[in-house]
Structure formats: C-alpha cells, structure tokens
Design a protein around this ligand. Structure first.
Ligand code: NAD
Ligand code: L34
Length: 300
C-alpha cells in the first residue's frame, strides 16, 4: 500500500486551518513564522516557497528573510538575536544547508529554543532524548505522524534507520526507541516508540543483510536506488526520506525527483511504502506548521 503523504498533509492543514480560525474567532492574533534563507540553492528555494504557501493556506503569517551566500556568520547571528527578541514572531527556522564558511551548529545554538520550530537546538534535541516535552524536528515528526495515521505500530518492531544526520536519522532513531511517554501536542495518539532501532550509515558493513531483518526501513541517505528489492523483507514498511534530482530532459523542469528506494521493484513487496515526491516531503512542511502553532500556544 502506498502511503499518501500529500493527502495526509492536506488533511492536517485542514485541521490546522480550523484550529487557527477558532483562535482568531476568540480575538487572538495569528501565529507568525519567519524563515531565514541564505543563498540561492534551488532545492532550498522550492522548500521555502512550499513552506510559505502552506502557512498562507492555514492562516499562519510568514515572513521570508533572505541573505546572499556571502553573508557573514556575525550578520546571521545578529538576525537570530533580533528574531529571538521580536515579540511578533512565534517561531523561526534557518533553512539548511548553509554556505561552508558558516558554522551551522553555532547558528542553530543561537536560536531561542522556545522559538525553535525546527527542533534543532541543543535544548530541544536534549529534551527529546530525555523524553521531556520538546519541539521535535519537522521530518521525524512527519514520519511519526504518517506511521500513526496508517496505524503502523512500532512496539517491539525492528526499525532500521539508514543515515545519521541531525535533522533526520538521529532524531527519528531516538523517537522510535523511546518509551512512548513523549507528549507531542496535536499529534494523533498511537503506540509509537518501543522499537528496536538499528542505525546504519556510510561505514556500515553489509547494509543489505541488516535491512532484510527490518520490519520498518527509514532511509535518509541521499543516494538513489540505495534500497533495492532484495534488501526488503516481504510486508515490511519502507519510509523513503531521500530527495534526489535526476536530470530528465523530457520533464518540464529538466529533472525529476527520486528517493533512495528503487520504488518500482520495492513497492510490490513492501507492506507500506512512501513515494517521492508526495511522501515524507509534504509531511515535513505540515510538521513545521504544527510546531509553529505549538510554539505560539506555549508563548500565549
Ligand atoms: P545527510 O545528507 O546529511 O547525510 C547522509 C547520511 O546518509 C549520512 O549519515 C551517511 O552516513 C548516510 N549514507 C550515505 N550514503 C550511504 C550508504 N551508501 N549507505 C549507508 N548510509 C549512507 O542526511 P540528511 O540531511 O538526512 O539527508 C538525506 C536525504 O534526505 C537527502 O536526500 C535529503 O535531501 C533528504 N531529506 C529529505 C527530507 C524530506 O522532508 N523529505 C528532509 C531532510 C532530508
Ligand atoms: N532548517 N533545513 C531546515 N529544516 C528543514 O526541515 C529542512 N528540510 C530539509 C532540507 N533543509 C532543511 C526541508 O525543509 C528537506 N526539506 C524538505 C522540505 C520540503 C520538501 C522536501 C524537503 C518537499 O516539499 N518535497 C516535495 C517535493 C518538492 C519538489 O518539488 O522539489 C515532495 O513531495 O517530496
């Protein structure tokens, strides 16, 4: 069965729109998000445009703050301090990647964790690890939501995560291994967590045999066709986070998107599988909206 992330994201946007309309009807102001974008990475431009459009759809005010790729780290830090202290802003994100001359962790660490709607500050990551209420980063939150809404339980299951990034691999591994005491405001109830998690990465030996023992594979590697049919146990759930642009003169944009999974051959044997596009990507965006509403509620 194909997991329809686009559809679920649309449903959640409808829920958010209603919640925000109800707040407005009580005379409250709209939540407000700011997005800091550095440089002109075409993929980042697309993702940020999708985020701003989704905000407009649900009634979240959004502001895009752009810098060219030569901006100094200090200028960005000043902007972050300004946003931390701007009472009209409920949350903000710094779209990644940043240019190589900027220290990503220094930038993320400067964000006030209460406004960190990407859940990437040391405070939010640490609180998530300890099972305290926190803001969970958008893509892992979206993956959890997909599993919950498709009633895919993780308790006692073997989850293989491929990729160890701070933005996907590490946090999703942490969330799914937890005892399910994490309260995520606005998230549908399901028994998520309690999984046995294996994290694989570029130095892992014999990825294929590890994957074959997985009930759930979550791949965020950025490598087309990394997960092939022979690596997937029949009936397993496959969550494809990868987004890769493949040159394709026949398509209107000159490229097409593929994930990290050989979808054509894996889909027939998987129990559940997410497509690319239309799987995890739209959930990342809607999770940011949920996080923004969460930050707004916690401030008010
Ligand atoms: P990254 O790009 O920072 O790092 C890739 C990770 O994959 C590393 O940990 C590396 O060890 C591992 N890896 C690479 N090749 C491997 C291999 N052959 N075998 C095993 N492990 C391997 O990670 P990221 O930022 O999580 O991004 C990964 C992919 O997910 C990219 O394609 C990115 O565009 C995509 N992404 C999508 C979303 C979404 O919302 N759909 C969100 C974030 C990232
Ligand atoms: N700070 N940096 C920060 N936060 C994030 O949450 C992100 N990410 C990742 C890159 N850097 C970030 C995103 O926003 C990846 N990402 C993201 C966002 C949206 C989509 C994909 C990745 C998305 O909309 N995907 C669509 C297709 C988009 C297209 O046409 O290119 C999909 O259906 O998968």
């Amino acid at each position: 069965m194909i997991i329809d992330g686009k559809q679920i994201a649309q449903t959640i946007r409808g829920e958010l729109r209603e919640q925000i309309a109800a707040l407005r009807a009580e005379g409250k102001r709209a939540p407000k998000l700011a997005v800091v974008l550095v440089g002109h990475n075409p993929a980042s431009e697309t993702y940020v445009a999708n985020k701003l459009k989704a905000c407009a759809e649900v009634g979240i005010e959004a502001e895009r703050i752009s810098y060219d790729e030569y901006v100094t780290e200090q200028t960005l830090l000043n902007e972050i301090h300004r946003l931390n202290n701007d009472d009209s802003i409920d949350g903000f994100i710094v779209q990644l990647p940043l240019p190589a001359h900027i220290n990503e962790l220094a930038i993320l660490s400067a964000i006030d964790y209460r406004k960190d709607v990407d859940g990437l500050t040391p405070e939010n990551v640490g609180r998530t690890v300890q099972g305290l209420p926190s803001i969970v980063s958008a893509t892992p939150r979206g993956i959890r939501e997909l599993l919950a809404r498709y009633h895919i339980a993780t308790e006692g299951k073997h989850v293989v995560v491929i990729g160890r990034s701070n933005i996907v691999g590490k946090p999703i591994a942490m969330l799914l291994m937890q005892r399910p005491y994490l309260s995520l405001p606005g998230m549908s109830a399901a028994s998520l967590g309690d999984a046995t998690v294996t994290v694989c990465h570029s130095k892992t030996q014999d990825l294929a045999s590890i994957c074959r023992t997985a009930d759930i594979i979550i791949v965020a590697a950025g490598s087309p066709n990394l997960v092939t049919a022979s690596m997937v146990k029949p009936g397993a759930t496959v969550i494809d986070v990868g987004i890769n642009r493949i040159d394709d003169p026949a398509s209107p944009r000159g490229y097409r998107l593929v994930g990290d999974v050989d979808f054509e051959h894996v889909a027939p044997i998987a129990g559940f599988i997410t497509p690319v596009p239309g799987g995890v990507g739209p959930m990342t965006i809607v999770s940011l909206l949920q996080n923004t509403l969460q930050a707004y509620k916690q401030r008010n």
